[in-house]
Design a protein around this ligand. Structure first.
Ligand code: ASP
Length: 321
């Protein structure tokens, strides 16, 4: 029996600045991050698996409209929601990934079903949704469920510039949102990672980001590391950020801190990438790395207290209500 267990989450990274954050919004983020990480922690404390812990944590953030995943996802250029999600089990390198999802309430749970209930690793669009509703009993929701006025306003602003943007880019309404992810080590020594997103605001219809790409947005391997990424998906993919962190640790003996730091501040940043990662190693050591103003993030200390941070220069600390 391995112990202890460990969990950490992110809720997206980008231009998150104190002067643009209201006290009310900040409190809502901190409390939802704490709720999410504690939901995952409860699974581990009850002897559950790292996979189930990461899915439980991500589900809380998918259900919150604060984050760019599930409800509250950003909009495509065509004013639709297209979500991506993936999970990876470090025990057997098993994985489940879904992309172009428009009507499944919790894409992360569908990704886990692809891993557990299909012979495949990745399903896309209509075929993935058919599997969800006909074979796995997932809840069908209309696109309206995912929509928020904030996302619509962000899209209108981005359409004016013709750009695509991270959900945490600076918008006229000064609200920021994020892709979500979780990594965990369970009491059996198994590592897992899960990531879920609505992608980038004003993305093209059919665009797939890094989140469902193993080695880009998600990676887990026992004895090595579990990683979940957030940021500009095209660059996270081009730099195989999650896979590169794992390779540096596995083949070059890098520490989790050095591997995460060097990858996030290496090619990824030099090519113009903004973003960050959350990772946990085989001993349960957690690391957060980011190269931008902030990343919503949280972990749980040895006493079971949720520790949360948002801004880049801020240490993790308990949430005070
Ligand atoms: N990585 C996500 C994507 O490109 C966006 C994000 O992390 O906010 O789809």
């Amino acid at each position: 029996m391995h112990s202890p267990f460990s969990i950490a989450i992110h809720g997206g990274a980008g231009t998150i600045e104190r002067r643009l954050m209201t006290a009310e919004l900040e409190a809502a983020y901190r409390s939802t991050l704490a709720q999410s990480v504690l939901a995952g922690h409860a699974v581990l404390a009850n002897g559950g698996t790292a996979i189930d812990a990461t899915v439980a944590a991500v589900t809380v953030m998918e259900d919150s409209e604060l984050f760019n995943a599930g409800r509250g996802s950003v909009l495509t250029h065509n004013e639709t929601v297209e979500m991506d999600a993936s999970v990876m089990d470090g025990q057997n390198l098993d994985l489940g990934s879904v992309t172009l999802i428009s009507h499944v309430k919790n894409p992360i749970q569908l990704a886990r079903d692809v891993m557990l209930k299909s012979p495949h690793a990745m399903l896309a669009g209509e075929g993935a949704e058919h599997f969800a509703f006909k074979e796995c009993g997932h809840e069908y929701v209309e696109q309206d469920y995912f929509f928020t006025d904030r996302r619509y306003n962000e899209l209108l602003a981005m359409k004016k510039t013709g750009d695509v943007a991270l959900s945490e880019a600076r918008y006229p309404d000064e609200k920021k949102f994020g892709t979500v992810g979780a990594v965990a080590l369970d009491a059996e020594g198994n590592l897992a990672a899960a990531t879920s997103t609505g992608g980038m605001t004003n993305k093209r219809w059919g665009r797939v980001g890094d989140t469902p790409i193993i080695g880009g947005g998600t990676y887990a391997r026992n004895g090595n590391v579990a990683v979940s990424s957030t940021g500009m998906g095209e660059l996270l993919m081009r730099c195989t950020v999650a896979g590169d962190i794992a390779a540096r640790m596995r083949y070059a003996g890098a520490s989790i801190h050095d591997a995460c730091y060097d990858v996030i501040h290496g090619d990824f940043r030099e090519l113009g990438g903004q973003g960050g990662v959350v990772a946990v190693d085989a001993e349960g050591k957690v690391n957060f790395a980011l190269n931008c103003a902030g990343m919503y993030r949280a972990t749980v200390d040895e006493d079971g207290i949720a520790l949360v941070a948002i801004f880049a220069d801020e240490p993790l600390s308990p949430v005070t209500e």
